[in-house]
Design a protein around this ligand. Structure first.
Ligand code: EPU
Length: 421
């Protein structure tokens, strides 16, 4: 038996939907809770496989964890292990946030190299650089395990990142709050989940300033306590729903969002002729006509997010004229184009980095595979637009990052369900 997501396309999405908490923030906040000397309760945690994976890891390490109705209680006081095995972490990229947190708590960490979606090389040199600059000894020489430990030199320092890596910024922040003295992270990433991680650390008593700008300043070594905190809404789920609304010529109000996080997508949807309006925490997306072709390039925040490149390309595959989508963050994020082509899309890949999309009149439903998490979002968007039924396999990727996506789509009028075959 295997599971697929079956979607019968061609119905406009209409109505109201509520966005879940941010996956990429939750997977940073959960390990951050290990740095406290008392329990934390984190609300608005999405019920997704990456979170489930983290819950198992924390329990294995000796923490007490309860997860009910989106609220996760984490008591880190029983943590008595600092080594993890690869089968526990292989599905998930964010597992390496346990390196600075276990090291901060116990002095050392042995964590397998992170897994996650196969969308490029996903190097970790900037994390190693950040932790080393703070005086940790980090060894990745066997290529499969990260071994890190505090040395006598463990303390604040200047860290210059070669690129604004999300993972390296979060790992360096998580280490810097336990490294006595001043740390300045230059060239930091500015994504919303960086700011959310900094805000959670501040709510635990940490001294963190400047998150959301290029320079984050941290005074480390202050004892941290547990905190009650609410995760920000998921920027990428919001964007996926906005794109799905546009793709089906629907009219959807997405509640519980932060419209500021959606500026880059909103600008591109407006340019393509989609109607987007926001007020307070609601974004309304409607689209009546055929889309105009556009050009876009993925960039670090506040630019167009690489995580929305895939569903956006699916959207642009139906419409007038020729669109261009250039991926600048990951080397290997166009693998799913073959799946879109099987549905009738006309897309050429130029120099591995730019998709040239000739809009077609219609896609046709067929059996396709989600090759990674956001490729799954692209398949969902394409299937919602297509004539007939699409059977999407590879749903384990979709379960990693989208909470109850079938229910949300059905509430908007789509025919979508997970089916065992
Ligand atoms: N890079 C390096 N060296 C490093 C770190 C990064 O060369 O030490 C390069 C990477 O190879 C990549 C680029 O820098 O080309 C960006 O990598 P980054 O470290 O920013 O990405 P990440 O932390 O691995 C997070 C998200 C991704 C999202 C990217 C970019 C989490 C758990 N993951 O990954 O989310 O695509 O930032 O915004 O936060 C997803 O949600 O589907 C997803 C893949």
């Amino acid at each position: 038996m295997s599971e697929i997501l079956r979607i019968r396309g061609g119905r406009p999405l209409n109505g109201d939907v509520w966005v879940s908490g941010s996956k990429n923030a939750a997977v940073a906040l959960i390990p951050a809770a290990l740095l406290a000397d008392s329990p934390s309760t984190i609300d608005n945690i999405p019920d997704i496989d990456d979170v489930d994976c983290y819950r198992n890891i924390l329990e294995h390490l000796g923490a007490k964890v309860r997860f009910e109705k989106g609220s996760m209680y984490i008591d880190p006081r029983g943590v008595n292990k600092n080594e993890l095995h690869s089968e526990m972490v292989s599905r998930m990229r964010a597992s390496y946030y346990l390196v600075p947190t276990l090291m901060g708590r116990t002095g050392r960490a042995v964590v397998p190299m992170p897994g996650g979606c196969n969308i490029g090389n996903r190097r970790i040199d900037q994390t190693v650089n950040g932790l080393t600059m703070l005086g940790a000894k980090v060894d990745i020489s066997d290529g499969v395990t990260i071994r890190a430990e505090k040395t006598d030199m463990y303390g604040g320092n200047d860290v210059r990142l070669a690129m604004p890596s999300v993972g390296a910024t979060i790992n360096t922040m998580l280490a810097a709050v336990t490294a006595p003295g001043e740390t300045h992270i230059y060239g930091a990433a500015k994504e919303p989940h960086i700011v959310d991680t900094a805000n959670f650390l501040s709510s635990m008593g940490a001294k963190v300033k400047g998150a959301g700008t290029d320079v984050i300043r941290i005074t480390g070594g202050v004892p941290l306590h547990g905190s009650n905190y609410t995760v920000i809404p998921d920027q990428i789920e919001t964007g996926t729903l906005m794109i799905a609304a546009a793709a089906t010529h629907g009219d959807v109000r997405i509640h519980g969002t932060i419209p500021l996080h959606m500026e880059a997508l909103t600008v591109k949807l407006l340019e393509a002729g989609v109607d987007v309006r926001s007020h307070d925490d609601v974004i309304e997306v409607s689209s009546a006509g055929i889309l105009r072709p556009i050009k876009l390039k993925t960039q670090y925040y506040p630019g167009f997010p690489t995580d929305l490149q895939q569903p956006m390309t699916a959207l642009l595959s139906v419409g007038w004229g020729t669109s261009q989508v250039t991926e600048t963050i990951f080397e290997n994020r166009f693998v799913y184009l073959d799946e879109l082509r099987r549905m009738g899309a006309s897309i050429d890949l130029v120099s591995n980095a730019t998709a040239v999309i000739q809009g077609v009149e219609k896609l046709r439903g067929t059996a396709v595979t989600a090759t990674d998490l956001r490729a799954g979002a692209a398949m969902i968007v394409a299937a919602l637009m297509a004539d007939g039924v699409s059977d999407i396999s590879g749903v384990q990727f979709i379960h990693r990052g989208y909470e109850h996506i079938d229910e949300k789509l059905r509430a908007l009028g789509a025919e979508a369900e997970f089916v065992q075959i």
